[in-house]
Design a protein around this ligand. Sequence first.
Ligand code: ZN
Length: 123
Amino acid sequence: MYELTVRSAFEAAHFIDGYDGKCSRLHGHNWIIEAVVRGEALDNLGMLIDFKIIKAELNKILDEFDHRFLNELGNFSAENPTAENLARQVFQKLAVSEIFSGSTKLYAVKVFESPNSCVTYYE
Ligand SMILES: [Zn+2]
């Protein structure tokens, strides 16, 4: 089994509605997102999936969040833009990409809200 991790980032503001503390106030993060892909079958070059292909797919998804006020996006009309919800949303969008086939699948999405705080979502 091989495991690939691709890291990308975007910047966006949010607040956590109903939170008792500073995070209830509008603030921003430099969000770091990692996509973790697992699979067994390498192509004839010896690659699982080219890193740049995963990164391009991930960036397409992150584009809609970049330099946005996350609470105002339709994605978060029914739930808070927490790192947890963001990780699940990115996972569910990326998992259905046609870059994955056979045993090669998206395994997890990690969202770092800060260098020391990370959520991992997988199914
Ligand atoms: Zn925050």
